[in-house]
Design a protein around this ligand. Sequence first.
Ligand code: KG4
Ligand code: ZN
Length: 339
Amino acid sequence: MLVLGIETSCDESGVALYHTGRGLLAHALHSQVAMHAEYGGVVPELASRDHIRRVLPLTRKVLAEAGCQISDIDAIAYTQGPGLAGALLVGASIAAALGFALNVPTLGVHHLEGHLLAPLLEANPPEFPFVALLVSGGHSQLMRVSGIGAYETLGETLDDAAGEAFDKTAKLLGLGYPGGPALSKLAETGQPGRFKLPRPMLHSGDLNFSFSGLKTAVLTLVNNQPSDPQTIADIARAFQDAIVEVLAAKAVAALAATRMTRLVVAGGVGANRQLREGLSARAAKRGFRVYYPKLEFCTDNGAMIAFAGAMRLQHGAGERGGAFTVTPRWPLEQIAPML
Ligand code: KG4
Ligand code: ZN
């Protein structure tokens, strides 16, 4: 079964072709970062309009790369939510129109299910069950994943998501948008230990997070320190040390609480090198294994949507006839179990 996947939930148009027998055949991405940069954040209306321009050319590109014809497509998966309503509507309506024209089923996919399952695209995928640390721009959660569609939240952020904390802190440090990768790069040149920031909820005894106080602590530092480049880098380092320690410690606690030995890290913050190193060091010491998607599949992409959709479509999910739905707010636990 050849599945076309379309991701348009935020500021990246991602398209991919996944074959249930042959694996991922092709994927392509257009990032809108340059377009939104001058506004300091994502402008939803501009995002929607840009998705309209990108999805069909990206679809042609993946078909050509995979050596497939449009008529070879057996089903289409699109991101149904969560995300920006207008942006989601673009992917959903293009999927529905193509599905109607080709007379193939279409299926709305949960964006976070896509992120959670992205490590299964790799050569040595984790077996179920596993604990997933899902850390993106909009979400920070620890999940128990017992199988496809069987997700239980073990803990989550009470305020900002980890990626959001990176982005907001980066803005405070004058690093522009999107700040996460820039802050992370700068932190690598920072001196560890010059500043010490709090580790929010490290000893809370549960698996929840809270990151908004960290941003305020950074603001206080910024206001009370000189603004030379080394100081800014040292503050970035202090921020990254704090957030990585909390994420890694809570992930380890989730493994202990569930008596599991496999940890999957998904979402944009999973691209963070220091987080990866921190988790690898703990894994070596405590005997668990960490699985990551490829860097390009940590952040938003079409491959994870094609894959998550394919897992369900091959079991009969999906509808023909051009109907579509978007669900801008959609808790992961409310998605349908596997048929
Ligand atoms: O998963 P994603 O692409 O989009 C959402 O679904 O939110 O995650 C984007 C988030 C942004 O907040 C971005 O700043 C953050 O992931 N991010 C990083 C890194 N790369 C992306 N944060 C820290 N370090 C990175 N290397
Ligand atoms: Zn995402």
